[in-house]
Ligand binder design. Structure first.
Ligand code: SF4
Length: 346
């Protein structure tokens, strides 16, 4: 019989499960507070539970962790981790150190079904969803690997790794609840960003259920261009997506939606594109991140010249938007946006 991984449960779910085993609810509190300590790998270490109880739980339950299968460090300090899952599949997470924070780019699926044309993960297709535990364990395994004296602590999480997080909604929300639980990993909702290619019906649910930051992979405000880049646009148009951002996503005070816009030479980088973007984002409290495309074989896209990106930014700034040009991190180890793909074990 396959054991139940207790790290898949939020605190409430764990309480229900423990009660279903005929145990008192307070045991869930004790167990949950052990599960997310880095040094805990088995029930024998849970010293405030009796020996008999530990043995009983051990018969039916397990505590999962991820195996580090590969690690590459970029010359800019970015670290790409390859983690092996129980079934042998590999997922990637990317640690991006900056002066004031350390951000982990987390994967939510193995592969992705969304098929964005500029993304290597999209070429893999979807292998499977990650369980909540497999999402949370990316943060735990990274924290365990970090040298906090030299690197500091992990401070921020962005769901921009492999997969479309909102296509794995239930596991995503459970993982977020564990990550934000004070008895879990205690991340503030302000330090977590979920990025979506635009699964419109889920935006409201995400905002209402977990209140994290929202990022939208937009890449064009024009339906024809966006559909060429992102097949999801055939299902949810630019207008439907931006209307949902405007009306459905409950945005807390002083927060803004982040729009990610990768510039591809000759495709979405003209000043007319910038003007259309400025016009269509009107009325949305937002900031815009402009990214220069990381060329990756075998995809046919090219990055525009820096001058063109700056001209694009100026149009947005002149229209009153906060628009930033983001430098790609970790491109030399294929850790930048759109470069995560299936890798073999080392
Ligand atoms: S960009 Fe994101 S949503 Fe699109 S294929 Fe890649 S992983 Fe999936």
């Amino acid at each position: 019989m396959k054991k139940t991984d207790l790290k898949d449960f939020t605190f409430t779910q764990l309480t229900d499960y423990i009660v279903s085993l005929g145990l008192p609810a307070f045991r869930a509190k004790q167990i949950f507070s052990w599960l997310y300590r880095p040094e805990i790998h088995n029930f024998a270490q849970m010293t405030d539970l009796s020996k008999d109880l530990r043995a009983k739980i051990d018969e039916q339950c397990s505590i999962s962790s991820l195996q580090l299968a590969a690690k590459e460090v970029s010359k800019d300090g970015t670290v790409k981790y390859g983690f092996e899952l129980e079934d042998g599949l590999i997922i990637e997470s990317v640690l991006i150190p900056e002066e004031t924070r350390n951000t982990l780019c987390v994967s939510s699926q193995v592969g992705c079904a969304m098929g964005c044309r500029f993304c290597l993960t999209g070429t893999m297709g979807l292998k499977r969803n990650l369980r909540a535990a497999e999402i949370v364990n990316q943060a735990m395994a990274t924290m365990a690997d970090m040298d906090t004296d030299k690197q500091g602590r992990l401070t921020n999480l962005v769901f921009m790794g492999m997969g479309e997080p909102l296509a794995n909604f239930e596991n995503l929300v459970n993982a977020l609840n564990i990550l934000m639980d004070q008895r879990g990993l205690d991340f503030s909702s302000r330090k977590i960003t979920v990025s979506t290619c635009g699964l419109v019906p889920r935006l409201k649910d995400l905002g209402e259920q977990v209140g994290v930051n929202l990022a939208i992979s937009l890449h064009s405000a024009n339906d024809t261009t966006r559909s060429q880049l992102m097949p999801v646009n055939d299902t949810y148009s630019v207008e439907q997506l931006l209307t949902a951002c405007r009306n459905d996503f409950p945005l807390a005070n002083r927060r803004r939606i982040m729009f990610e816009y990768t510039l591809f030479e000759g495709i979405n980088d003209s000043l007319a594109d910038a003007k259309e973007l400025a016009r269509k984002l009107h009325g949305i409290r937002c900031k815009i991140n402009l990214l220069s495309y990381n060329q990756c074989d075998p995809l046919p896209y090219r990055s525009p010249a820096r001058k063109q990106i700056e001209a694009f930014q100026k149009v947005l700034q002149d229209a009153g938007y906060s628009a930033f040009i983001r430098t790609s991190r970790g491109a030399d180890i294929s850790a930048a946006c759109g470069q995560l793909a299936k890798k073999e074990k080392i």
